[in-house]
Structure formats: C-alpha cells, structure tokens
Write a protein that binds this ligand. Structure first.
Ligand code: TRP
Length: 334
C-alpha cells in the first residue's frame, strides 16, 4: 500500500514515550517509512508551544524525541528528518491555506472541541485558556502535510479527522482553480498493531498512570513491571494464561516458544507471578537495551543529532519551496 507513495508523519514532543507508544506507534511508523517512495518525519515543535511554553521543558522534550526516533531506527539518509520550525515555507503555506479554510472546520475539530468540552464540564467559559494556536492547529497541520505533496499520513485514530481537514482544504483549492495544485492526502490507520495493555490492564496511557516506561533506567522499568496487577493465587494453583495480565503483555515482547513456555508453566502450576514478572522484565530488557543505549549515546552527543536535523531541514525546504512556488503562482497569477 505504501510502495511508491510519499509518506509523512509529525510527532509532537510531549515527554518520553512509554512502551505502548514506542511499539504501537513509533516503530511501526519507522517501519512503514522504509518501503515508501519518500519518507518524511518531523518534530512538530510549533504545535508543541500551544500547550507548553516553558523553555527548559520544550528544549528537553524536543531533544529527547529526536534521539528516540534515531534510536528506533529512523535512517536519516533515507528519511527526511527535521524540526518544523526550521522550515519557514510551512508557515507561508499556512497563511494561504487560512484563506481557503471555512471557520466551521475549526469549530468542529476534535482538539478544539475536546478543550471546550473540558471547560464546560469544569463550569468555565467555553474558550477559557484556549489560544488561537490550538484553535487553528488543523490548518498548520494541513500545511505540514500539503507542503510536501504527501500521499499518506500514518496517524492514530484521534488524528484522522485532521488529515481529512487537510484533504478538504486541498480539495477546495483545487476546485477553485480548476486544477490539481495540491495533492490530497489520505490518513493511514493500522488496525493490526497489537495494543499493549498497561499495568492495570487498561490501554497503556500516561493519563491512567499505568505505563511501563521505555527510556528510563532498568530500576524504573523493574518497578513498573512488578506493579503489574495480579490476583493472589499461589504458585502451584493452575492458572488460565489468558486471564493473566503479565502474560498478555509478555506476548508482545517474547518469541513464540517463550510465550508457549510461560503459558504451560501457568497452566500446570509451575510458574508463579514473581517468576513470570522476571521473565517479562528480561524479555523487555532484551528487546530494548540496544535502543536505550543508542538513545543515551545521542542524548550525550546532541551535536550529531543537530547536524542530522539541519541537513533534514535543507532537504525539506527544497521540497516545500517548490510546492509553495507552485501554489503562489496559481494564487497570484505570476
Ligand atoms: N497533530 C499531531 C499529533 O498531535 C502531530 C502532527 C502535527 C502531525 N503535524 C502533523 C501528524 C502532520 C501527521 C502529519 O499527534
């Protein structure tokens, strides 16, 4: 589906990802990029300032996310990797797009509506604390996408509507000028990716406080793994693996024969919860140690990352400036 297509994804720098984010979104996005005709991945730092203004926090989160993507296997020779704020063409594009975006699109965008709903629930005025950056952010996101003639945008469910807005804005422009000035993108949503449950069995999410961290040291990881919910059955009591949360999580990390071994051990009362938590911890460590090492290396050698991002911005600007030129010539007639 991806072969021959131009694929683009933006990531907001909002704190270190947990195992669920990492294996559910980051790795699959990088894998998907490998077969694309062109793969673009960028750090959406202008999106981030709508919600986070503290310089030290922003700075740290931008650096962390850049290092995490490189550690996860993003190949900066093949993929174009940059910071959004290094590509000013995107912001010229944004201005043109605003002229073609009905205000109603923004009123019904999820991110804005969710913020309003939260205010209403708290008995506050509808637009309390909502800045124009949040309100118009689907237009900036459309510019992120349309500047690169993107065909496919791999996103989570919550972002599908925003990609559709980008598609509609491009469609409105093409219809007005009677030609295909902009490429109309499509959202790609992968249903096949296994969801890793959190330590309480719900979807792993920071807002539930049930995450297993990914880029912290072994001790923090161990603590999270040992906090995974179990009942109080003794070791020798046979257990149905499908009812054991540790086992559910283990399936996402261990090879099939190991998974089988845990299932058998639980069924015939040979393995207790302490054992299987250690098995899970080992499996997670085995699967993540190398990537955590690369992450630490880049965090300590950020000049190398900076050079990669600088080079990415040069390549990104070359593409975005061509799209912008085409659009401006269309809009102004010369
Ligand atoms: N809005 C996306 C998010 O919150 C991040 C993002 C910004 C993005 N621009 C994008 C994603 C362009 C895909 C394409 O996760």
């Amino acid at each position: 589906m991806i072969e021959g297509k131009k694929v683009l994804t933006g990531v907001k720098p909002t704190g270190k990802p947990h195992l669920g984010n990492y294996f559910g979104a980051i790795k699959p996005a990088i894998e998907m990029g490998k077969t694309a005709k062109q793969h673009i991945m960028f750090i959406a730092d202008y999106h981030a300032i709508n919600a986070e203004k503290r310089v030290d926090v922003l700075n740290k989160e931008i650096k962390e996310i850049a290092c995490i993507y490189l550690a996860a296997g993003l190949d900066p020779k093949k993929s174009i990797f940059y910071r959004q704020s290094d590509v000013p063409e995107i912001f010229e594009m944004t201005t043109i797009l605003t002229a073609f975006t009905p205000k109603g699109f923004m009123n019904k965008a999820h991110a804005y509506k969710a913020a309003v709903d939260k205010n209403v629930a708290a008995g506050k005025p509808n637009d309390d604390g909502i800045n124009m950056g949040l309100y118009t952010y689907p237009i900036l996101m459309a510019a992120d996408i349309l500047s690169f003639d993107t065909d496919i945008v791999p996103v989570g469910k919550d972002q599908v509507q925003h990609v559709e807005i980008a598609r509609d804005i491009a469609g409105a422009i093409n219809a007005y000028y009677g030609k295909d000035v902009l490429v109309q993108p499509e959202a790609a949503f992968d249903d096949n990716i296994a969801v890793i449950p959190g330590t309480d069995g719900r979807k792993m999410s920071k807002s539930y406080g049930n995450v297993i961290p990914m880029f912290e040291d072994d001790k923090v990881l161990k603590k999270a793994v040992f906090s995974i919910k179990t009942d109080s059955k003794p070791v020798e009591e046979p257990k149905n693996p499908e009812e054991v949360l540790v086992y559910e999580i283990y399936k996402a990390f261990a090879p099939d024969d190991k998974v089988q071994e845990m299932a058998e051990g639980l069924k015939n009362g040979k393995l207790g919860y302490g054992h299987i938590k250690n098995m899970l911890l080992d499996a997670i460590l085995e699967k993540t140690t190398k990537e955590r090492e690369i992450y630490n290396y880049y965090m300590n050698h950020f000049d190398e990352v900076q050079a990669i991002l600088d080079e990415g911005a040069v390549r990104a600007r070359a593409i975005a400036s061509r799209t912008l030129k085409r659009l401006k010539e269309t809009v102004f007639g010369f």
